[in-house]
Design a protein around this ligand. Structure first.
Ligand code: GLU
Length: 552
């Protein structure tokens, strides 16, 4: 008669090490704080929700002087997409969530590896050999067809679906039978023999949710697939134990598997990790909240933000507002780029799925862009344009210094300009600085002067405004402009005009608008005086003439 040990030897003849050897090889870490990890599956791209998870894990490690590492969970070979590993690694770097150790390219770093699950087969096999030898894991020979039949039967009879109790056919096979079938080369998987009872409830602890009372696991889940790779459940328990994770931070979709994971930790005599299940990021769609969808929401893929020219740090700062409810209050009066000094806390995490709010992202992104020094901003914009916006790139390289001057309008001083939420917003607002584009705007955009004013009057005012071009500063220039306004019966401000509209032709803003339209081809532009200074007197004269010739 064969026993469990014989079965373990038959399945894993080459495995000579034991769990104890692994405990020695991967000793508890000598670290003061929490050990957290980000464990994505390389199935395509970096999801905005996953970036959120990785950010929380990074912050928890930061706030406690701990370690944050990256592990790639590539055991689902069917779902794996070529290049996805690189995309994840690069994505984290780009969005400034840097792991202290773990999977990296070209070479991983850290003593708790390998950090790619497909390279950890030996570890799983050592643990599984022991579990088979203890009778805690058993081979299952059920075919896909058997399992389909089981599912149909359970559905028909409105039973809880799954491989458990009386339905777990192979759990009761004798060791001799299992031994013989494997020896004959029959296909099998390995299943975990649950001791749980679905009727019992257990208390679990979650760092965000507190107590969770949930039914015990009674499923005999697959732990090793026929391709020799483990399932998520088993790999999670082994890896987070031997990589010495202290807090598993993951999406709330895993709460339902918690009883299974707890049972596995117990049966393996591994101390239980702490868990934090993060709320999902939601989206408002026709008045209803729904999950962020890969298919429907382009912003579910972090590359959306890069393509649109959001600085990566903007997305991170925005996600921080979702991470902790007190973040925004903390930020008041600080520079937005000081966000890494914020102390994360699980208590301040909201449980209802956070709504992804592009308007709020824009608000913070404007703050971020305004906080960059000119050199940083210039380099970022140039890099963005090079990859994503050829037309803008072409303008930048025509004359980098000229572009820097344009970029710098209204940025120094106490109230820097905050009208760019993303680099994509720059081109439309600055293209008028380039003569060819300016002429095209005047000729083809349909812009016109306010028909309320007489054409000769406009021309006279424009000509006269040229005398102000030598003003040494904006105040002097504006005083001169008011002077001209007064001369032609325009009120010197809107309030005065509104009080007695019949006494005036218009107000000084109308006069400024005539100049703005002439030099920028638009009713809105960056600061008019600074724009004229950048264009230079000769160019302003040229443009006033060009506008007169074409718009009057
Ligand atoms: N690979 C799992 C996923 O991508 C990770 C879950 C976890 O963090 O444990 O959903």
């Amino acid at each position: 008669m064969k026993n469990y040990r014989d079965l373990a030897e038959l399945i894993f003849p080459d495995v000579t090490l034991t769990i104890e050897d692994l405990e020695r090889k991967y000793p508890p870490r000598d670290v003061e704080g929490e050990v957290t990890r980000f464990a994505p599956s390389p199935t395509g791209f970096l999801h905005t929700g996953s970036l959120f998870t990785s950010l929380v894990s990074r912050l928890v490690a930061n706030s406690s002087n701990g370690i944050f590492y990256l592990r790639l969970e590539d055991t689902d070979t069917k779902r794996e997409v070529p290049g996805a590993k690189e995309t994840l690694v690069e994505g984290l770097k780009t969005f400034l969530v840097r792991p202290d150790e773990g999977f990296d390219l070209p070479k991983e770093k850290g003593n708790y590896g390998p950090y790619l699950q497909s390279q950890r087969k030996d570890i799983y096999r050592i643990v599984l050999k022991e579990l088979v030898a203890r009778g805690d894991v058993y081979p299952c020979f059920c075919t896909a067809e058997d399992l389909n039949k089981l599912r149909e039967f359970q559905e028909r009879n409105k039973m809880v679906p799954g491989y458990y109790g009386e339905f777990a056919k192979c759990r009761n096979l004798s060791v001799d039978e299992a031994y013989e079938r494997i020896s004959k080369g029959e296909n099998y998987v390995l299943r975990f023999k649950s001791h749980g009872d679905h009727e019992n409830k257990i208390d679990c602890e979650d760092l965000i949710r507190g107590h969770i009372n949930i039914a015990e696991n009674d499923l005999d889940v697959v732990v090793l697939k026929s391709d020799g790779l483990p399932t998520y459940h088993f790999a999670h328990v082994c890896d987070d134990h031997f990589m010495r994770t202290s807090i598993v931070i993951r999406g709330e979709e895993w709460i339902s598997s918690l009883p299974l994971h707890i049972e596995m930790f117990k049966r393996l005599n591994f101390p239980l990790v702490k868990y934090a299940h993060l709320p999902l990021i939601m989206k408002m769609d026709e008045g209803k909240k729904r999950k962020f969808s890969k298919r429907k929401d382009p912003e579910a893929n972090v590359s959306y933000f890069l393509e649109n020219g959001y600085p990566p740090v903007s997305l991170i700062v925005y996600l921080m507002t979702i991470v902790n409810s007190n973040f925004e209050e903390w930020l008041v009066g600080k520079n937005v780029l000081d966000y890494p000094q914020f102390k994360f806390s699980f208590d301040k995490m909201s449980l209802d799925g956070a709504l992804f709010d592009l308007k709020k992202l824009d608000y913070y992104s404007k703050e971020v862009i305004a906080s960059f020094d000119l050199e940083t901003l210039f380099n970022n914009v140039k890099e963005y344009a090079k990859v994503y916006e050829e037309t803008l790139y072409e303008l930048i390289v025509r004359d980098e210094n000229y572009f820097k001057h344009i970029l710098n309008i209204e940025r120094d001083g106490d109230h820097p300009r905050k009208d760019y939420a993303k680099y994509k917003d720059i081109y439309p607002s600055i293209k008028f600085f380039y003569r060819d584009l300016y002429e095209d705007i005047i000729l083809n955009s349909g812009i016109s002067f306010n028909p309320k004013f007489d054409k000769t009057l406009i021309k006279t005012i424009l000509e006269e405004s040229l005398t102000l071009l030598s003003s040494e500063n904006e105040q002097v220039w504006f005083a001169g402009l008011k002077e001209i306004a007064r001369k032609y019966r325009f009120a010197s401000d809107n309030k005065t005009y509104k009080a007695n509209p019949n006494d005036y032709v218009g107000q000084v803003g109308d006069v400024a608008e005539m100049i703005r339209i002439s030099i920028a081809g638009s009713r809105r532009s960056p600061n008019l005086f600074t724009s004229m200074m950048i264009l230079g007197e000769k160019e302003v004269r040229y443009r006033i003439k060009f506008a007169e010739d074409n718009l009057l």
